[in-house]
Ligand binder design. Structure first.
Ligand SMILES: [Mn+2]
Length: 348
């Protein structure tokens, strides 16, 4: 099953092939970057811009479009956009996404949730259905978004050493297979400054097989692997520190840390949820007077609880059913936590 209709897929193909100078704004995770790589490698034109701030396209991105003199704007895997951006950019905007359905004027909007609400199709899955090439990139993007796509069997046949087709849980793929390692390699290459992340993305546009990276078979693959190793050193140290603090009997796993350059809250919370599936996980990073969090639970539907917990708190948050992001003022973090715990108790 595909998330978009054949007509929609053809529309996107036409939009791509009629553009000479496309600009692609994409989310800074495995799904976002592989969506970009799939489309860019398909038309071999254009410029990528990674969105490292909150997933919102507002008027501050108008300048990138104008400076590049793009003839069309593609927005990939970003949940929200302001109408002002569309109005000021004065170029066709094509938006491919799989988060909650948005309603904007003068945008070509492609979102599978318009048709179906119960299946999740990562943006990389949609982009693969458009280009039907670079299967391995698409597979990485989907697994990064915790989803096993319709082309899984084809992938396992082509790359039998990267994933066992018997595996059905995305977490198991992510943390216990070579494919999962590749997904983490991609994700870690997007950490740090925009400049460093885009350096990796440029190199990735020239990688043609997963083995170039995993076996370091080409200079490009070596570059990507080295950068992963550097970042992974910091990640592993944090993970080890969280694990030391885990108490078997606790319902919550709350961990806070300080780090200016790199955010690992999403990666840490995903791995911890996989290792401790019974716990409600909150990983918070302190930065510029704010606590930026990732929240995970395999059982709770988080967004409505989060919304209630944020009442009277300066902050914002949202996301998927079992995985959310949230940001509050540092001084209000404890208050937010107790609100959140109260909301969960009310549920039970
Ligand atoms: Mn996504």
């Amino acid at each position: 099953m595909k998330g978009l209709t054949e007509k929609e897929l053809q529309d996107i193909r036409d939009e791509l092939s009629t553009s000479k100078r496309p600009i692609f704004l994409f989310d800074d995770d495995a799904d976002g970057v592989t969506s970009f790589l799939l489309l860019y490698r398909f038309i071999k034109e254009g410029k990528g811009v990674i969105i490292k701030s909150r997933p919102l396209i507002d008027t501050k991105f108008v300048k990138s479009v104008i400076d590049y003199d793009a003839d069309k704007v593609f927005i990939l895997d970003i949940a929200t956009m302001e109408q002002d951006f569309v109005d000021q950019v004065k170029r066709p905007v094509v938006w491919i996404d799989h988060h909650g359905v948005q309603d904007l004027q003068k945008v070509k909007y492609f979102n599978p949730r318009v048709h179906v609400s119960d299946v999740v199709y990562p943006t990389s899955n949609l982009c693969y259905d458009v280009v039907e090439d670079d299967l391995w990139l698409a597979m990485c993007g989907c697994i990064g978004d915790w989803m096993i796509p319709h082309f899984k069997d084809e992938f396992c046949e082509k790359y039998p050493d990267l994933m066992d087709p018997a595996i059905t849980h995305p977490g198991e793929v992510l943390f216990d297979t070579e494919l999962g390692k590749l997904v983490r390699i991609l994700g870690f290459n997007l950490k740090g400054s925009t400049r460093d992340a885009m350096k990796s993305v440029k190199v990735l546009t020239r990688v043609n097989s997963p083995y170039e990276i995993l076996r370091q078979e080409s200079p490009q693959g070596k570059f990507i692997f080295k950068r992963y190793e550097q970042v992974n050193k910091e990640y592993s140290a944090l993970l080890a520190d969280v694990k030391k603090q885990v108490k078997e009997e606790d319902k919550f796993l709350v961990y806070r840390y300080q780090e200016d350059k790199m955010s690992f809250t999403s990666d840490l919370s995903n791995e911890l949820l996989y290792r401790y599936p019974e716990k409600i996980i909150i990983i918070a990073r302190e930065k510029s007077g704010e606590m930026r969090m990732s929240l995970r639970s395999s059982k709770l539907i988080i967004p409505p609880l989060l919304e209630k917990a944020l009442v009277g708190i300066e902050g914002y948050g949202g996301g998927h059913e079992h995985a959310c992001g949230c940001c509050v003022k540092k001084e209000q973090f404890d208050e937010f936590l107790s609100h959140f715990e109260q909301e969960i108790e009310k549920e039970e």
